[in-house]
Write a protein that binds this ligand. Structure first.
Ligand code: ADP
Ligand code: ADP
Length: 223
């Protein structure tokens, strides 16, 4: 069974059908990209899955459990938005520990060490965000999301505020980290090149609908 299952989701704003009858399944461990022009409904769809936007119609299941109607913080979904929003006055360790409220105090040091190893930031735990590269900051943001032990992670244009050179390195680093976690990822991107190199499968949205879903090469080889 898929980890995430979207069935006939719709969301209207006035006269605009922002999301129009969208169905999609995402498998365990899959990195799935959502691409399409600005205004096609990508962010709205992500917010519906996260629980920040109501559904007008449809169902969302996570590991076969119905989650629409459940509060965002209880869905088991981790989210990393464009601006990673690390706390600038806290070290890497502080940022990660902040997300470990649910972890018993005695288990936090070991958990912190394993998160740092996962994103390959060992030795940097006493640095502040402005002492890290953009790619390193992005990995701290990911680690903070993993700290909450999510079942699915949503990324909204995760590389958009990195410069072009850094973006390629960060992309490779982060793809490796994500694949190692075995988590399922749904990410929004504007960038075809990024979708092609980063994702296992992609869905192309237009005017609120998913027009195509497939492997990147399949989608891009079609006219
Ligand atoms: P994308 O993320 O692909 O750029 P969005 O999901 O942000 O697209 O927007 C889809 C459509 O829904 C757009 O026409 C946008 O203007 C509209 N929209 C999104 N959010 C709102 C809102 N809160 N109120 C009114 N219209 C909205
Ligand atoms: P993105 O480009 O990342 O999709 P947008 O700039 O479209 O983001 O939207 C940013 C915020 O503005 C979102 O919270 C969205 O709901 C809201 N929004 C987008 N379009 C409209 C709109 N036409 N009317 C009201 N709010 C909107």
């Amino acid at each position: 069974t898929p980890i995430l299952s979207l069935r006939r989701l719709s969301r209207r704003f006035g006269g605009t059908l922002a999301v129009d009858d969208v169905s999609l399944d995402i498998a365990a461990g899959e990195i799935h990209g959502l691409i399409g022009p600005s205004g096609c409904g990508k962010s709205t769809l992500l917010r519906m899955i996260a629980g920040f936007e109501n559904l007008d119609a449809g169902e969302i299941r996570l590991s076969d459990e119905r989650i629409d109607g459940i509060a965002p913080e209880r869905r088991g979904i981790g989210i990393v938005f464009q601006d990673y929003a690390l706390f600038p006055h806290m070290t890497v360790a502080g940022n990660l520990q902040f997300a470990m409220k649910a972890t018993p105090r005695s288990e936090r040091p070991a958990r912190l060490a394993s998160l740092l190893a996962m994103v390959k930031l060992e030795g940097l735990e006493q640095r502040f965000p402005d002492q890290l590269s953009g790619g390193q900051q992005q990995r701290v943001a990911l680690a903070r999301t993993f700290a909450a032990a999510p079942r699915l992670v949503l990324l909204d244009e995760p590389f958009s505020n990195l410069d072009a050179e850094l973006r390629e390195t960060a992309r490779d680093e982060i793809r490796g980290v994500l694949k190692a976690t075995g988590l399922s990822i749904l990410l929004v991107t504007h960038d075809r090149e990024e979708a092609l190199t980063f994702c296992d499968r992609i869905s192309v949205m237009k005017d609120g609908r998913i027009r195509q879903t497939g492997t990147p090469t399949l989608v891009y080889d079609r006219p």
